[in-house]
Design a protein around this ligand. Structure first.
Ligand code: NOJ
Length: 717
């Protein structure tokens, strides 16, 4: 996809001086108005190839300057008209899960199990952000994560490589569209390559230990999918793997990324990651950092200006070859060409259909709601008296979640209080709101109330980059609210707004229903409240295991069997687990309830044997199952298929998701769902990165979540 721009890129390269080449690999930070002239001088000299439209290291948590389109157009004009080489700059910003309209956090969009809807939403995000000069987004974040203490779990697709890969494709196709050169398409950046989500102890920026076997089978698949979907760029990660910083690793940045994954775009460093090599103890000085990073395959330096300051001498001394430099510059040029920047360098004002964006945002937020408990209480009737309590009734910003730099707040993001009053008002009911708990002065209302509704969870300020938690349960005051609510004798509903799968064991007994609402974006409040009152029927599924308590981390479903206990799936064998708690999850991967019920029947395998050569040549095993809505309201069910490879040359997971289908069913309606498994689904990667399928028996499980019972055994002969 990018190689086709090679001839033009090489022609441009031919006319460039050493300094101009180096400038293409330099990404500077967003200048304030006072520095525009200084930047223009640098641009005239060809010293800036890209600008990151932020000014601080942890952009997802800090206030960022708004984008001024005229400034960016005028800087671009300097590049196009006053620089010698006339190469457009590429502007990048962290447009993670929305621009002015904010969509649910990525972990929540994974919970929707609806890649097509996610693609549509990310198309809208691209349309919104490109209208304000952002050519390039530092998204999607594809870090597989098994540790919800890590604040950045919010940005990723959860714990499963298959789900993560389907989401990766959706994000990339959404951002980049069918035509990357179209004015409303933006270059995607698959990050953080690679292994950042495995930070030891869930502590941000920490070291990782990842074997090649784990890397290829769990960590790399979403990156492989993003590359296949055409992602133009990749961001290298801060972490080291087994003592080798990714920033300076030829193994990860060149051999695996370009060799094994076939990536053709360019690699951008994470913020100041090049200079970090000194603190990591690999480099002596600035020049050494540059030498290591560029020679490893890291093309563009973000923010720390090490390349621009040291690369000239390194090339002249031969420590970095001209060939290496040229290759990096060509990669950047190819992406700029593919993105259409040479032909359309400027942004023109255009009309955005915001109503459509907002409607899709609410749809995705609703589809990502995960109902994890319902003792016959939800949905609530709108004509009742409700006592509602929340510490954040009016906190609109929380609803956006971390990494929402440009989200419109105010009336554009209705608060929980507003949504509650509006929705209950429609049915003639009454809401009494208690801001800080269940008070004595609520006694009157409690006496009349039918239900207590608790809107709880965590703030966005304790999620995201550098916002890890050592305890992921609800805060003690929120636990106290749950106990007090239960003591009223009323039915209690808990809606949990969160950026991670919180450990809910301590409050679960006090809540008759629990709805995981995540941080859902611009329409989070309406999506959640309308779900509580039955306007939406929840259909989200856990994209990650919900542990009972923090001490159970890491707990993930696609674990290998240690053989002791024999089949201790999720480690729940009573004799071999913790003495103080069952080690099973509170809610397993893939789990989620609905207001209706679904019945699976008549599972069929077209055949239970397949020849090895046939499967290698593209034949597939086909399975069908009937799914019926046995309740009295319309709903959506996500049928899932898992496999287990019973005997292989390496230990294989007890369950691996290999397909899912989300289907809509009217009451009484039945549909047949088909799954196909072939070479791609049944094989695995060996530690040297080669893909293999081994003969033998596989178990197949079809059902509602990762605990689905065995449906078939199939044999690859
Ligand atoms: C650091 C973060 O790790 C990365 O995800 C982000 O894109 C950059 N800062 C730029 O803001």
């Amino acid at each position: 996809m990018f190689k086709e721009y090679d001839i033009r890129a090489k022609e441009i390269l031919k006319g460039m001086t050493l300094e101009e080449k180096i400038g293409q690999l330099n990404q500077s930070v967003l200048p304030g108005e006072d520095r525009l002239e200084e930047y223009k001088d640098k641009i005239r000299r060809g010293e800036i190839g890209s600008i990151i439209l932020t000014t601080s290291a942890t952009a997802g948590n800090d206030e960022q300057k708004a984008i001024v389109v005229e400034h960016l157009n005028s800087l671009q004009k300097t590049a196009m008209e006053e620089s010698r080489v006339k190469i457009p700059m590429i502007y990048g910003r962290d447009v993670i899960h929305g621009h002015h309209t904010v969509y649910p956090i990525p972990l929540a969009s994974a919970a929707s199990f609806d890649p097509e809807l996610v693609r549509q939403c990310y198309r809208c995000i691209a349309e919104d952000a490109t209208s304000e000069s952002t050519h390039w987004t530092f998204s999607p974040m594809l870090d597989l994560c098994r540790d919800p203490r890590w604040g950045r779990i919010i940005e990723g697709p959860g714990e499963d490589p298959y789900l993560a890969s389907r989401m990766a494709e959706a994000y990339v196709k959404g951002f980049q569209g069918d035509d990357l050169s179209a004015p409303d398409s933006m270059v995607a950046c698959a990050k953080h390559y690679v292994g950042y989500g495995f930070s030891e102890g869930g502590r941000d920026y920490h070291r990782t230990e990842i074997s090649d076997y784990t890397l290829y089978n769990y960590v790399l698949p979403p990156f492989r999918a993003a590359v296949k979907a055409g992602a133009g760029t990749v961001m290298s990660s801060f972490n080291d793997i087994n003592g080798e910083p990714v920033t300076s690793s030829k193994k990860y940045l060149t051999d695996i990324l370009r060799g094994n994954l076939g990536f053709e775009g360019f690699v951008i460093a994470d913020w100041f990651a090049v200079s970090q090599l000194k603190r990591q103890g690999l480099a002596e000085d600035m020049a050494d950092c540059t030498r290591l990073a560029l020679n490893a395959g890291l093309d563009m330096d973000m923010a720390d200006e090490h390349y621009i300051n040291t690369l000239r001498d390194l090339v002249l001394s031969g420590e970095v070859s001209m060939e290496t430099l040229d290759e990096a510059v060509l990669r950047v040029l190819r992406v700029k060409l593919a993105a259409g920047l040479f032909d359309n360098p400027y942004v023109e004002a255009k009309k955005i259909d915001r109503a459509h964006h907002v409607a899709l945002s609410e749809k995705l937020a609703a589809e990502s709601m995960v109902l994890v408990k319902n003792d016959g209480v939800l949905p609530l009737r709108k004509d009742q008296t409700i006592v509602a309590s929340s510490p954040f009734f009016d906190d609109r910003r929380l609803l956006h979640g971390s990494w929402a730099l440009d989200g419109y707040l105010g009336a554009s993001t209705p608060s929980l209080r507003e949504a509650l009053n509006e929705v209950v008002g429609q049915g003639g009911g009454t809401v009494y709101t208690c801001d800080y708990g269940i008070h004595d002065n609520s006694t009157y209302w409690l006496a009349h109330a039918d239900t207590v509704l608790l809107l709880l969870g965590e703030s966005h300020t304790v999620t995201g980059e550098a916002r890890c938690r050592s305890d992921i349960s609800l805060t003690p005051d929120q636990e106290a609210i749950c106990r007090k609510a239960k003591a009223t004798g009323k039915k209690v509903v808990g809606v949990i707004f969160c950026g991670r799968p919180l450990a809910l064991e301590s409050v679960e007994p006090y809540l008759d229903a629990i709805l995981i609402a995540w941080h859902g974006g611009t329409r989070a409040a309406h999506a959640a409240i309308k779900t509580v009152f039955g306007d939406y029927n929840p259909s989200g599924r856990a994209p990650v295991t919900f542990v009972r308590r923090t001490g159970h981390i890491p707990l993930y479903y696609n674990v290998t069997s240690s053989g002791r206990p024999v089949d201790g799936y999720y480690g729940e064998h009573p004799e071999f687990c913790y003495t103080d708690s069952p080690a099973s999850p509170l809610y397993p991967f893939g789990y989620g309830l609905s207001y209706t019920t679904f019945e699976y029947s008549d599972a069929k395998a077209e055949r239970c044997e397949i020849g090895y050569e046939d499967i290698i040549n593209g034949e597939k095993l086909k399975f069908t199952v009937k799914v019926k809505n046995t309740g009295d309201r319309a709903g959506k069910e996500t049928a899932q298929i898992y496999i287990r490879d019973l005997k292989a040359s390496y230990m294989r997971p007890l369950r691996e998701l290999k397909g899912f289908k989300k289907i809509a069913l009217e009451p009484g309606e039945e549909k047949e769902v088909t799954f196909e498994l072939g070479y791609e689904e049944l094989g695995f990667y060996l530690p040297d990165g080669s893909y293999t399928l081994e003969r033998g028996l596989f178990e197949i499980y079809i059902g509602k979540d990762c605990l689905a019972g065995k449906s078939f055994e199939v044999f690859v002969k």
